[in-house]
Design a protein around this ligand. Structure first.
Ligand code: NAD
Ligand code: ZN
Length: 374
């Protein structure tokens, strides 16, 4: 079968690999019909993720048709259409039983952290779903069935970015009437904006520097702030009469830096400043609020603005989205037409074009989300 394989930094190729088989009685083999590239795949693509070795099949956002089911699988059967969460959950350990799906204690044979499809040895070493087929373990727990009236494309982002955007808003505890600032207008930021409004936000500011991405978040009601043109902290504080906003970091450690100090724009531009967004949020967040951080942080950061967090009594919540906590409810919102996730898609490509697709999505800009068909 064809599969998108990591060969090294900025080197992703479509290779021929053996078709997966049932290995355990609770496995299914899924024939993939739609698969997407995530911002998290770009951390792998940049060679930044520990435990990522050449030969890994990539991909953790996918939907498809059950091709074969192991003898103990009862919840789905051959021919069912399903969308798969990016995190792998056994459904029975303490973490799964308490709804902390992203930290399943059994799914990762190689370590402590919960397992993720296609994300290297540290997160379990599972093959990913940017391929024609994938093996899905714990099939009585993991898959979400797709209702007949919905297409795979409509529900694909329930695998990750739609749920993750919602997780950002939930971690930040967005309440009716809140003013919210979402840093990053990539796929996660886009769905954080959508989710903040679902939870009753009064205004949502969307901060990025790609006009095409800010146009997308503006279409779902956000007020765009281009950080190449204005200081986001000053603007947010001004718009909220000095109060600040409920903040969501949908960027993470690969943030573009802008070395802004004392609210004056300094054109000094650095390609990456891991704590840029956290530093902006330390000043832009409403006092006593909780900051939601779905954006990924990988290493240790000595300059974390702890002092400002203490003085302004900010809390912080972060981590991998617990997809199964939200995917059914969000599915229902798609069913009744309250969310149309397909609006985010900018490119539909063949799996064969994956090398080009990674290059395109890595450039951000026009490519707001790329969906591939095997
Ligand atoms: P993306 O790379 O497409 O989008 C990131 C956006 O942030 C880009 O549009 C970029 O221009 C913008 N940006 C860069 N620096 C900025 C700054 N200083 N201020 C504001 N915006 C800035 O990625 P994505 O798919 O939207 O994912 C966003 C983050 O969420 C990534 O770190 C990704 O790994 C993470 N993520 C986390 C989870 C989870 O479970 N927690 C799941 C999926 C993705
Ligand atoms: Zn992802």
């Amino acid at each position: 079968m064809k599969a998108v394989v990591y060969h090294g930094p900025k080197d992703v190729q479509v290779d021929d690999r053996p078709k997966p088989r049932i290995e355990k009685p609770e496995d299914i083999v899924l024939k993939i019909t739609r698969t997407a590239i995530c911002g998290s795949d770009l951390h792998l693509y940049h060679g930044n993720v520990k435990g990522m070795e050449p030969g890994q099949i990539l991909g953790h956002e996918f939907a498809g048709i059950v091709e074969q089911a192991g003898e103990r699988v009862e919840e789905v059967k051959e021919g069912d259409r399903v969308v798969i969460p990016f995190n792998i959950n056994c459904g029975r350990c303490w973490y799964c039983r308490h709804g902390f799906w992203s930290q399943c204690d059994r799914s990762n044979p190689k370590g402590e952290l919960g397992a993720v499809f296609g994300y290297g040895q540290t997160l379990g070493g599972y093959d990913g779903g940017q391929a024609e087929y994938v093996r899905v373990p714990y099939a009585n727990t993991v898959p979400l069935k797709i209702p007949e009236n919905l297409s795979e494309e409509q529900v694909l982002f329930l695998s990750d970015v739609l749920c993750t955007g919602y997780y950002g808003a939930d971690m930040a505890s967005v309440q009716p009437g809140d003013d919210v600032a979402v840093f990053g207008a990539g796929p996660v930021g886009y769905f954080a904006v959508v989710s903040a409004f679902l939870r009753g936000a009064a205004r949502v500011f969307s901060i990025d520097h790609w006009p095409s991405r800010l146009d997308k978040t503006a279409k779902v009601g956000a007020e765009p702030i281009n950080f190449d043109q204005e200081d986001p902290v000053g603007r947010i504080r001004q718009e909220t009469n000095g109060k600040g906003a409920i903040c969501i970091d949908a960027v993470g450690y690969e943030a573009v830096g802008h070395h802004l100090h004392d609210n004056s724009m300094n054109p000094a531009y650095v390609p990456q400043d891991s704590l840029q967004v956290i530093n902006w949020i330390a000043q832009a967040a409403k006092k006593f609020s909780t900051v939601g951080v779905p954006g990924v942080y990988l290493a240790e950061y000595a300059n974390f603005p702890l002092g400002q967090f203490f003085q302004r009594e900010l809390q912080i919540k972060m981590g991998q989205c617990t997809v199964k906590k939200y995917n059914e409810q969000l599915l229902h919102l798609i069913e009744v037409g309250r969310i149309d996730p397909t609006q985010l898609i900018s490119h539909r490509m063949k799996l064969d074009e994956a090398t080009k697709a990674y290059d395109l999505f890595d450039k951000k800009g026009e490519a707001t989300k790329i969906v591939m068909t095997p």
